[in-house]
Design a protein around this ligand. Structure first.
Ligand code: SAH
Length: 457
C-alpha cells in the first residue's frame, strides 16, 4: 500500500467539518476526500480532531474540541455515558435522534433497495425517552473485597459499578443494587472470568410494566447457593414486588449469560405482563421485548398495515413467543406462527391459552422450510407478517412469499439495511412497498426498528 496517498497521519491534529452520522452514531468528516470517523461528533459541527488510527480507505479521529457546536448537541445526562457504551446518542437531542433514524431508513432504502420514492414517515418516538427497559442483566465482579454490579467498561473486561442506568426501569436499578447488597452480606463471591473461579456471575431483574411484578435471576457458577434460605428471605422481605426468584446455573467458560439448568428458589416460575389487552407469561429465559410501551406502538402499526377484516389467514414468520401472532389473532380468522426456538413456541402456545385465543397455531422450525411445507399442504396466507433477526429474511422464504402471492406483506425489521435488501427482492417479485414507519424502540441508542407495508401489485 502506498502510504503517501493518505492525507492524514496518526497523532496529527486536524480541523474538520462533520457532515454525516454513521449507523453506529459516529460523526463523519472528509479531509481532502479521505474519510475520518469521529465518535461523539455531530453533523454541522466544526471540530479539532486527533487522528488515532489510519486504515486503507478511512481513519478514526478523537474529538478534542468542538469549535462550532451543533444546535442538536445536548449534555448527556448519564454520568457514565462515555465509559459504558450501552448508549451511543445521548449527546444528540431526542428530536435529533428521531430525525437521524428516519434519514437512516430513507438512505438505505434508496441506496440498497433502490426504492427512492417510498414514503418513510417520521419516527414514532417516546414522550419520555428514558427508563424504558424492563430487563437488566448485570455482571457481578469484586473490588477490594466487596461486590460490584455494573457493566463491562468499553473494550475491556473490567466491571464498573452502576448504581443507576437512565434507560433502565428505576425499579430494576433498585432490585439489582439491593440483591447485590444481600449477596455481599451473606458472603457470596463474584465469579472471576479470567480464573474461572467464584460464584455469582450475573444478577438479572425483569419487570412487568403493567403488573408491577418483578423476577430476579441469579446466574451462578455452580449449584449450591450458600446461605440460600437467608438470601431468599431477605430478598422477599426487602423487595415486596418480587414474585419469582430463580437460579440459573452456568459453569461454562463462556460469555453467554445463561446456562442450561434453571430452578425456582422462591415463588412462581413466571411473572406476567400485558401488551395492550394480551397477557404474557415471562420466564427467566423467555424472549420478551424490552421496551413494552413502544412494543405496543410497533404491533399496533403492524396490525394497522395488515388491514385485517376478520376473514384472513395470516402467517407470522419469526414469531418468537407469539406476541405479534396473538395481536393479529384478535382480528384474523386464523394465524399460523413459526419460530426456530422450541422454548419460544412453548411460550407462544401457553400465551395463546392464557388469553383464550384458539385461532392461533404454532410450529417449530425454520420459516424458510416450514412455510414452503405449509404451501405444499395447501395452507396459503392472505397476509404474511415477517419479523426476522438482524440478518433479514432467508431468500427461500422470500421466494415462497412471492409464489404464495398474499395480498399483503407486513415487514417488521430491526435492521434497515436488510429490510431494504429484502424489499428489493419482493418488488422484483411483484410486490410494491407502500410505506415505511420507523418506531423508536431503543431511545439513546443507534438501534432502529421499522415496519413496512407491502402490497401485491
Ligand atoms: N416476533 C417476535 C420475535 C422477533 S425476533 C417478537 O416481536 O417478539 C426474531 C425471531 O426469529 C427470534 O425469536 C429468532 O429465534 C427467530 N428466528 C431466527 N431465525 C429463524 C428462522 N430461520 N426461522 C424461524 N425463526 C427464526
Amino acid at each position: 500500500m502506498d502510504k503517501a496517498i493518505k492525507p492524514v497521519t496518526k497523532n496529527e491534529m486536524v480541523e474538520v467539518e462533520i457532515t454525516d452520522l454513521t449507523h453506529e452514531g459516529a460523526g463523519v468528516a472528509k479531509v481532502n476526500g479521505f474519510t475520518l470517523f469521529v465518535p461523539n461528533a455531530l453533523p454541522g459541527e466544526r471540530a479539532m480532531v486527533k487522528v488515532v488510527g489510519v486504515k486503507k480507505g478511512y481513519g478514526f479521529g478523537r474529538l478534542m474540541e468542538v469549535l462550532e457546536k451543533s444546535e442538536q448537541r445536548v449534555e448527556p445526562p448519564c454520568p457514565i455515558y462515555k465509559q459504558c457504551g450501552g448508549c451511543q446518542l445521548q449527546h444528540l437531542s431526542y428530536e435529533g435522534q428521531l430525525d437521524y433514524k428516519r434519514k437512516q431508513v430513507e438512505e438505505v432504502l434508496a441506496r440498497i433497495g433502490k426504492l427512492e420514492n417510498v414514503p418513510v414517515l417520521p419516527v414514532l418516538g417516546m414522550d419520555d425517552p428514558w427508563r424504558y427497559r424492563n430487563k437488566a442483566q448485570v455482571p457481578v465482579g469484586e473490588r477490594e473485597g466487596g461486590l460490584v454490579a455494573g457493566f463491562y467498561q468499553k473494550r475491556s473486561h473490567e466491571i464498573i459499578e452502576m448504581e443507576s442506568c437512565l434507560i433502565q426501569q428505576a425499579k430494576n436499578d433498585e432490585v439489582v443494587q439491593t440483591v447485590k447488597g444481600i449477596a455481599e452480606k451473606h458472603g457470596l463471591r463474584a465469579y472471576d472470568e479470567q480464573r474461572h473461579k467464584g460464584f455469582l456471575r450475573h444478577i438479572i431483574a425483569r419487570y412487568g410494566q403493567v403488573t408491577g411484578d418483578t423476577m430476579i435471576v441469579l446466574v451462578t457458577n455452580g449449584k449450591d447457593l450458600p446461605n440460600r434460605k437467608k438470601i431468599v428471605e431477605e430478598i422477599v422481605d426487602r423487595l415486596p414486588n418480587v414474585k419469582s426468584i430463580v437460579q440459573n446455573i452456568n459453569t461454562k467458560r463462556t460469555n453467554v449469560i445463561f446456562g442450561e439448568e434453571t430452578r425456582v428458589l422462591w415463588g412462581a416460575e413466571y411473572i406476567y405482563d400485558y401488551i395492550g389487552d394480551i397477557k404474557f407469561a415471562i420466564s427467566a429465559r423467555s424472549f420478551y421485548q424490552v421496551n413494552p410501551e413502544q412494543t405496543k406502538v410497533l404491533y399496533d402499526q403492524a396490525l394497522k398495515y395488515a388491514e385485517l377484516n376478520g376473514d384472513e389467514t395470516v402467517i407470522d414468520a419469526y414469531c418468537g413467543i407469539g406476541t405479534i401472532s396473538l395481536f393479529l389473532a384478535q382480528k384474523a380468522k386464523k394465524v399460523y406462527g413459526v419460530e426456530i426456538v422450541p422454548e419460544a413456541i412453548e411460550d407462544a402456545r401457553r400465551n395463546a391459552e392464557l388469553n383464550g385465543i384458539t385461532n392461533a397455531e404454532f410450529a417449530v422450525g425454520e420459516a424458510e422450510v416450514v412455510i414452503p411445507n405449509w404451501k405444499k399442504e395447501g395452507i396459503t396466507a392472505d397476509v404474511i407478517v415477517v419479523d426476522p433477526p438482524r440478518k433479514g429474511c432467508d431468500e427461500a422464504l422470500l421466494n415462497t412469499i412471492i409464489e404464495m402471492k398474499p395480498k399483503r406483506v407486513v415487514y417488521v425489521s430491526c435492521n434497515p439495511a436488510t429490510l431494504a435488501r429484502d424489499l428489493r427482492v419482493l418488488e422484483d417479485g411483484g410486490f410494491k412497498t407502500v410505506e415505511v414507519q420507523p418506531v423508536d424502540m431503543f431511545p439513546q441508542t443507534t438501534h432502529c426498528e421499522a415496519v413496512a407495508k407491502i402490497d401485491l401489485k
